[in-house]
Structure formats: structure tokens, C-alpha cells
Design a protein around this ligand. Structure first.
Ligand code: DUT
Length: 197
């Protein structure tokens, strides 16, 4: 079953999401409608995560090499700077490129839950595709987030604002959780975690 806002708030109080924002935030100063932000926080049946300002990396071609998921070469990734102006803090994902960021929130997935991560409509309308795969039962840490800019224009990706939406699905109890099998991506810090084998 897809879990609702009440359940998400109850679980967040027990550590599922830190920090937790009850209700969707659309302005940093709601009183004055000052500085609109890409929305984040709890929605009816999901939670919109924020992108951390800590780090954003972009893939580049290293001449003469082919990427190998069994031997990932960190030289294929280049950190990109954080910019700031009156609209907020942001990274730039160039046209037709692929980038990795990290979620600001720490997650602790309950043992009977699978979390699906999807994009936000506002970014989707600009050609940004979120490629994040499910977060598994009893996985803990900061999600590494994967983005493709499928458009022909460079795009701002705002830090500390909404970046993707989580859906929480309850399943029948499983025999072995991600924590039980000591998965290699357990306890990711608030930094981009590279592919491992
Ligand atoms: O985009 C993603 C997707 C998942 N995760 C985290 C949560 C998830 O529970 C864990 C492992 O993901 P998955 O099982 O898909 O990884 P795998 O490639 O199958 O590796 P493993 O052998 O550890 O399962 O990594 C991320 O940080 N970012």
C-alpha cells in the first residue's frame, strides 16, 4: 500500500527522515511570499527531498577510456561549483550531461518499506530526468541522486530546495532486509557515493 502524509509524519518522528518538513514549503518567507523555492516537504502521499549544497559532480569523457562499473574511475567525475544569486544557491548541469548529487535529508527506511524516488514536474518540464533507483528495506543514509539533462540547454539545479519525490510502499514482511545482508551502500554520508562492486 502507498503510505499517506499521516504515516510519513509518524515515521519521521521516529527517525525515518531528518530533517523533516511537515507540509510543502513553497516560499522561504511565506508571510511575505518572499523568494519562491522548488517545493520540499511532506505532500499527500509522499515526501519531496532537498538537494544538499555539499557536492555535485558531473561526468566527463576521459580520452582512451571506457567506464567500467566493476572498476569505477573517479577521474570520470568532476566536482562542479556552487553558485549563488538572488534566486538562491545552485549548481549548473550542462546540456546533454549527467550529474550526481546527494540528498540533504538522512533516511532510515523501515524494514517493511520500499521507497521509490521520482522526479519533480517543474524540473521534468526542463528536460531533467531523475534516475534514482529504489531505497530498500532498512537502508540508512543520504541518497545519492542521479540526474540527466536531456535538453539542449544548460540548467540550474537548486541546492537546499526540492529535487525529487519519494513514495513509500509497504510490503509483506521480507526475510532479509538490506541491513541484514550488509549491502555495500549502507550508511552513505552527505557526500556523493560512487559506484562500488
Ligand atoms: O539512486 C540511488 C538508489 C539507491 N540508493 C541507495 C539506497 C538503496 O537501498 C541502496 C542500494 O541500492 P541498490 O540495491 O539498487 O544497489 P545495487 O547496485 O543493487 O547494490 P547492492 O548490491 O548493494 O544492492 O543504495 C542511492 O543512494 N541512490
Amino acid at each position: 500500500m502507498l503510505k499517506n502524509d499521516r504515516w510519513i509524519a509518524e515515521q519521521a518522528a521516529q527517525g525515518m527522515l531528518e530533517p523533516f518538513q511537515k507540509g510543502l514549503v513553497r516560499h522561504l518567507d511565506p508571510e511575505q511570499q518572499a523568494r519562491p523555492v522548488l517545493s520540499f516537504g511532506c505532500s499527500s502521499y509522499g515526501y519531496d527531498l532537498r538537494l544538499s549544497a555539499q557536492e555535485f559532480m558531473i561526468f566527463r569523457h576521459v580520452p582512451g577510456t571506457v567506464m567500467n562499473p566493476k572498476r569505477f574511475n573517479p577521474a570520470n567525475l568532476e566536482p562542479t561549483p556552487l553558485h549563488e544569486d538572488e534566486d538562491g544557491r545552485y549548481f549548473i548541469l550542462p546540456a546533454h550531461s549527467y550529474g550526481l548529487g546527494v540528498a540533504l535529508e538522512k533516511m532510515r527506511v523501515p524494514p517493511y518499506i520500499t521507497v521509490i524516488c521520482l522526479g519533480k514536474s517543474t524540473y521534468a518540464r526542463l528536460g531533467i530526468i531523475v534516475n534514482t533507483t529504489p531505497a530498500e528495506a532498512s537502508w540508512e543514509g543520504h541518497l545519492t541522486l542521479e540526474f540527466s539533462n536531456s535538453s539542449g540547454a544548460d540548467c540550474r539545479i537548486y541546492a537546499e530546495e526540492g529535487i525529487c519525490q519519494l513514495l513509500f510502499f509497504e510490503g509483506d514482511p521480507c526475510d532479509t532486509t538490506y541491513s541484514d545482508r550488509q549491502g555495500k551502500y549502507q550508511h552513505q554520508p552527505e557526500r556523493v557515493t560512487l559506484a562500488r562492486i
